[in-house]
Design a protein around this ligand. Structure first.
Ligand SMILES: [Ca+2]
Length: 498
């Protein structure tokens, strides 16, 4: 079933907007529809055929007999939104009595899983769309979902479960050290690549931490039930073992023989996947298995209808790589969503405006860079780096948002900007040919609240020169050493990982 919102006829601007969901949801309720109507667009959402608008795919992915419900997987993968758009465009033409030769501009906007869904539309229904905004996409699904368990396996392998107090001390120190590397001391790590090059997590060993007692709460990556035991006041110094855990997490998943299987979050991103749980009985912190990763392994890979893995016993780095490999093959044509040949979309004139918080703690920012580079190489094999980047940038632009978290500003780096007008920017690009050289953003909190900002397009990186005074202007620079920190070789697999 699909639902559409229609602007009043005098407000209709010959536009259609498809919307998507987040997590395991294929829609965001009616939250994302007013944004379309605001721009004179008919806006649509779908239930994917899962039974109701509130039913998420993980509730229907297993049939009663315990096998995969492939109809649901294909609908979630790309068909649900694609068919909604085809039907929605037809209804729109009829409703407003449009002539056959009148252009109906067609857009998509979504973030996270909604970002993956956006890419699914570019890859599978390229001719249907004129402009797509896939924010912080949860694509490369097999790797993306399983990698949520990586921090837990590091903790288990090293047998050390840091408290959130100790983790936050490391994180705060990372941000403090890396903040000025971009030339502007504002509490925002606008250059996580320079952070990667110059920050050594071992420098945090011995730093004191102290946290008041709390009622527990639960990290976003908390295990089943979000086990929220009260946590006593904590005092200590950052241990070498905690630094070792963080070092390994930040280096990304490798096989036990040292071959790279995936990337990690940028330094200065939160350590949500590493969240532990306090054990009242022992007075120690314990493993808290990431529900995002566990739910995927149990239902989508092992086909067992439980919401999380009961334990990580016998789960090694190699197990994670095996799960990634298995899910990749299993869902290559549905959920993986990294098809790098975008010829139908590109030749039809489609434009992609994509963004990713550089301090995203749920989907690594490097994931969006990896796909951008894959598309660049596949679409322009005979052009060198600069020429192919320029050619791709005519219709697909990636903006890394300094300091931003997952599809949102970052409370830990509140002075950072966030884009607020992406759909307007995309409409201008599609309908008036105004290419966003930089992306318009706004400071939504902090010292510069209300001020405008500009976001550099990948591979250019922001820098403030001239002493770092807050009055100095940002430049978008080309820095090969920084760019190289975003490039990886995935030698754990025989196939290329796009
Ligand atoms: Ca800074």
């Amino acid at each position: 079933m699909d639902a559409y919102w229609f602007p009043a006829p005098e407000k209709f601007e010959k536009r259609y907007l498809a919307t998507g969901g987040g997590g395991y949801a294929i829609n965001s309720g009616s939250r994302s529809l007013p944004g379309g109507v605001m721009y004179g667009a008919v806006a649509g959402l779908t239930d994917g055929g899962f039974g109701s608008f509130n039913t998420q795919v993980d509730a229907v992915v297993l049939k009663a007999n315990g096998t995969i419900n492939w109809d649901a997987v294909f609908m979630f993968g790309y068909k649900g939104i694609g068919e909604m758009t085809q039907i929605g465009k037809g209804i729109t033409r009829l409703f407003y009595d449009m002539q056959d030769d009148e252009k109906l501009y067609t857009y998509y906007q979504g973030c996270s899983e909604g970002g993956r869904e956006g890419w699914s539309q570019v890859q599978r229904y390229g001719e249907e769309y004129d402009g797509v905004i896939p924010g912080a996409p949860a694509f490369r699904y097999a790797q993306q979902q399983v990698q949520h368990l990586y921090a837990n396996v590091v903790e288990k392998t090293l047998d050390y479960y840091p408290s959130s107090c100790e983790l936050n001390r490391i994180l705060n120190e990372t941000i403090a050290f890396c903040d000025p590397l971009d030339g502007k001391t504002d509490g925002v790590v606008s250059r996580s690549d320079l952070c990667k090059l110059h920050f050594n997590v071992n420098s945090t060993i011995g730093l004191p931490y102290s946290c008041a007692a709390s009622n527990g709460g639960s990290g976003m990556g908390g295990g089943p039930g979000g086990s929220a035991s009260p946590i006593p006041a904590l005092n200590g110094t950052v241990s070498a073992r905690a630094a070792a855990v963080m070092q390994l997490i930040m280096s990304g998943l490798h096989t036990t023989s040292g071959k790279r299987a995936y990337i990690s979050y940028q330094p200065s991103a939160g350590f949500t996947d590493a969240t532990t749980t306090y054990n009242n009985a022992t007075g120690a912190f314990d493993l808290s298995i990431s529900g995002l990763g566990g739910d995927f392994v149990t239902k989508f890979i092992e086909e067992i209808n439980i919401n999380n893995l009961p334990s990580l016993d016998n789960v090694t780095y190699d197990t994670l790589v095996d799960w990634m490999q298995e899910a990749w093959v299993k869902y290559e044509d549905t959920l993986q969503t990294t098809l790098p040949d975008l010829t139908p979309f590109q030749s039809h004139g489609g434009k992609v405006l994509t963004f990713h918080g550089e301090s995203d703690d749920s989907i690594p920012a490097g994931s969006s860079v990896l796909y951008h580079e894959s598309v660049r190489k596949i679409m322009y094999p005979s052009l060198d780096f600069n020429a192919s980047t320029a050619a791709l940038g005519d219709w697909y632009r990636l903006f890394l948002i300094p300091g931003a978290a997952h599809c949102a500003p970052n409370t830990l780096q509140p002075n950072g900007p966030f884009p607020q007008t992406n759909l307007e920017v995309l409409i201008k690009w599609v309908e008036e040919g105004v290419k966003p050289v930089t992306l318009a953003a706004t400071h939504l909190a902090g010292e510069e609240v209300g001020k405008d900002a500009s976001i550099c397009a990948w591979p250019l990186r922001p820098v403030w020169r001239g002493g770092g005074g807050n009055g100095t202007a940002m430049e978008c620079e080309y820095d090969q050493e920084s760019i190289d920190t975003w490039m990886y070789e995935f030698d754990a697999y025989k196939l290329p990982l796009y």
